[in-house]
Ligand binder design. Structure first.
Ligand SMILES: Nc1ncnc2c1ncn2[C@@H]1O[C@H](COP(=O)(O)OP(=O)(O)OP(=O)(O)O)[C@@H](O)[C@H]1O
Ligand SMILES: [Mg+2]
Length: 363
């Protein structure tokens, strides 16, 4: 006699998602359960983030929970359903965007834009719906790094807002689309605030699992505006291994702390260089900075990205490495970072935010 759908659901009710600790049946992650005539079973389980790093662990718990049923066959099909960050009542912009992840560093030139672009494309190729907001008003570099757009940004029909540009399925908005090439942008804080507000309110982002925000260097107007305008799920802090980078990065970490934006983790960029000719491993910018910072602020070191000329060429040519050479070790570093950051964001959204001290004083 073949097993019933009910007995399968019941056996799986004890299985928890290893990331959230929530039961996969209670949370609705277990989707369709089908039992074929020969008793073999097909299950669909939704993962909370693309490239879910704990999938093998979850699969093992599912198979173990079903073992006593001695099924003749089990086909596990994986779906993706990213949880949406609960909106704060006072921040209801971007209702169709589930999570906003800021890519930040106190310091310039450490690779924020490179990370933003490669992480966004990696998440897209792992099946998520993704957008990039280029919040670097003075030095927008996202459009150049992405190369040729499949659709230019533009105004939609009257009253319908601004359509983002589209690059291989990734929606992008940048001030670069609205200024003359080479023109200097000279704007004060209130104007930056107004422009970012427009990017958040008038751009038709559509349904997105993750909106990646490429922040300018420093701890200035754009960062403050964003944190006031939208509920950021969290930030990824980019640093190089050097102490000079860390000094500025600490300022950024403090700023996010004050703004109650969780740090999802640290990406150490330009970690080391491996000579392609002789294989020699060189730590050009020193070593251990990311790890030190991680211990200091209690945030995970998510990845160490090597110095690799192909990463720089890819940025120049508009062909990011996760697209042009996805199997290379340096592209894999971006995939790893993308999956880890997305997991951190989804986990926070699924389990709810820590109660904010600001809110606590109100109620
Ligand atoms: N891992 C890497 N290997 C080689 N080159 C890299 C790497 N990461 C970034 N670069 C190069 O370093 C330069 C700075 O990177 P990027 O523009 O991403 O930094 P940024 O932090 O966004 O800078 P800014 O503060 O000016 O916005 C670029 O030319 C980029 O191609
Ligand atoms: Mg940049």
């Amino acid at each position: 006699m073949s097993t019933s759908v009910e007995s399968i659901r019941s056996a799986l009710s004890s299985v928890n998602d290893p990331a959230t600790g929530h039961g996969i049946v209670a949370s609705g992650q277990l989707g369709a359960v089908e039992v074929a005539d020969d008793g073999s079973v097909t299950l669909r389980v939704d993962l909370i983030s693309p490239g879910f790093p704990l999938r093998d662990e979850l699969e093992a718990s599912i198979r173990e929970a079903l073992q006593s049923l001695s099924l003749p066959g089990l086909d596990l099909q994986w779906g993706l359903r990213v949880p949406k960050k609960a909106a704060r009542q006072d921040l209801n912009r971007l209702p169709t965007v589930k999570n906003v992840i800021a890519i930040a560093a106190g310091k310039g030139g450490v690779g924020k834009s490179t990370v933003s672009v490669n992480v966004a494309l990696a998440l897209r190729s792992l099946g998520a719906k993704v957008g990039i907001l280029d919040a670097d008003i003075y030095g927008p570099s996202v459009p150049k790094m992405l190369g040729k757009a499949d659709r230019e940004a533009g105004t939609a029909t009257a009253g319908e807002g601004i359509a983002p540009a589209l690059y291989r399925g990734v929606a992008v908005m940048s001030v670069d689309y609205f200024v003359e090439p080479g023109a200097a942008v000279i704007w004060r804080g209130p104007m930056i605030h107004k422009l970012l507000t427009q990017f958040l309110e008038d751009v038709r982002w559509g349904d997105l699992d993750y909106l990646i925000v490429d922040l300018p260097p420093g701890t200035g107007d754009a960062q403050l505006s964003l944190a006031q305008l939208i509920p950021l799920t969290g930030s990824v802090i980019v640093t190089t291994p050097q102490e000079v980078a860390l000094i500025d990065v600490r300022k950024a970490v403090n700023m996010f702390g004050k703004l109650e934006v969780p740090v999802l983790g640290i990406a150490e960029n330009m970690s080391h260089y491996r000579c392609p000719a002789c294989g020699h491993h060189d730590e050009i910018f020193g070593a251990g900075g990311g790890k030190r910072l991680s211990e200091e602020i209690g945030a995970e070191l998510l990845v160490q990205i090597p110095i690799e000329p192909a990463i720089a060429f890819g940025g120049e040519a508009g062909t990011p490495v996760v697209e042009s050479n996805p199997d290379s070790p340096h592209a894999k570093a971006f995939f790893k970072l993308a999956a880890a950051a997305a997991l951190g964001a989804s986990k926070r959204s699924a389990t709810g935010p820590k109660r904010s001290s600001l809110l606590r004083t109100i109620d």
